[in-house]
Design a protein around this ligand. Structure first.
Ligand code: GLU
Length: 307
């Protein structure tokens, strides 16, 4: 696939996506997210050999929300290796990203690191290791993307902190099972700030590119994970990265991916590229409606996926 084709394909997707851009609903349970216009659309592909293709709002920053769980999990996996899985599972949850029900049956061990409960345990690992977990994460994505001014949006973080009852309940509940090492409120604070990181499609695709490149970040040559851990993290994205719609997402798109309620989805094709799409209107499962459509079109037109 030549570079020329990727650019033409992105432009075709951008044209054809118009009816989908207003079909979804912007997340409003975090009030600051509801202020974003639904009809934004951006998409970027960054290849392992350094080519960047972009269309629409690909350089506009948005709230990465749950996509931060991918980077936080990478850092925690770097720190703990397989010991991480003593505290967090590796199975799809079959329930919503913010559900509490399984935690009681499963003694406070979340199903996977990409639902909120699992991400809170991951953040707990980072809070234990770093004085400010969110700063460590911001520095990590700055390094991975090669963009030094990436940061979290304080207004989004405060909005999220003011409406975090459910996540607080989850954190305290897990603490009651002994699955948090740091104070629950400190973990919630770091978690809300990490979710509020703002990045663009181009920046996110660059940051995730190590997953398409055997664990080495092409931006700075840093080995982020070994090849085997990279495979394992990508496998988790495939089975758990798009909330309770992972089966349908893989059926339609065929790439490991992580989505967020800000409307972003980042996906990788190992050996080739990372792609990020952003459109804030969500479907009923919390995934970007136009974003999934765009990724499905990409893998259909190029006939490239992991399958
Ligand atoms: N900050 C959001 C929450 O905790 C993240 C949700 C998401 O993007 O899935 O509810």
């Amino acid at each position: 696939m030549t570079g020329q084709n990727y650019q033409a394909i992105l432009e075709r997707i951008h044209r054809d996506i118009t009816p989908w851009r207003t079909a979804g609903r912007v997340a409003d349970y975090i009030p600051e997210l509801a202020t974003v216009r639904a009809d934004h659309f951006g998409m970027a592909i960054v290849t392992v050999d350094g080519q960047v293709y972009r269309t629409g709002d690909a350089d506009v920053r948005f709230s990465i929300q749950s996509i931060s769980k991918l980077f936080a999990c990478t850092l925690a996996f770097q720190l703990l290796g397989d010991a991480l899985w003593k505290r967090v599972g590796r199975e799809p949850s079959g329930t919503a990203f913010n559900s509490l029900v399984q935690l009681e049956f499963e003694a406070g061990k979340p199903r996977n690191p990409f639902i909120n409960a699992g991400a809170l345990v991951v953040t707990d690992v980072l809070c234990r290791r770093f004085v400010q977990a969110e700063t460590a994460l911001v520095n990590f994505v700055r390094r991975l993307s090669g963009v030094p001014d990436i940061d979290y949006d304080l207004r989004v973080a405060q909005s999220e902190l003011a409406h975090a009852e459910r996540n607080r309940a989850m954190a305290h509940f897990m603490a009651s099972f002994g699955n948090l090492e740091m104070p629950a409120d400190a973990v919630i604070d770091a978690y809300c700030r990490q979710c509020a990181i703002s990045m663009s499609c181009v920046e996110l695709a660059r940051a995730a590119l190590f997953l398409a490149n055997g664990g080495v970040s092409p931006a700075n040559g840093e080995r982020v994970l070994d090849a085997s851990s990279t495979k394992r993290l990508s496998a988790l994205m495939l089975t758990c990265g798009t909330y309770d719609a992972a089966g349908d997402f893989v059926y339609r798109v065929g790439l490991p991916a992580k989505s967020g309620v800000g409307g972003g989805i980042v996906a990788v094709l190992p050996g080739e590229f990372a792609v990020c799409v952003w459109s804030p209107g969500l479907d009923a499962t919390g995934n970007s409606l136009a974003g999934i459509q765009a990724l499905e079109t990409l893998t259909s037109i190029t006939e490239r996926s992991i399958f």
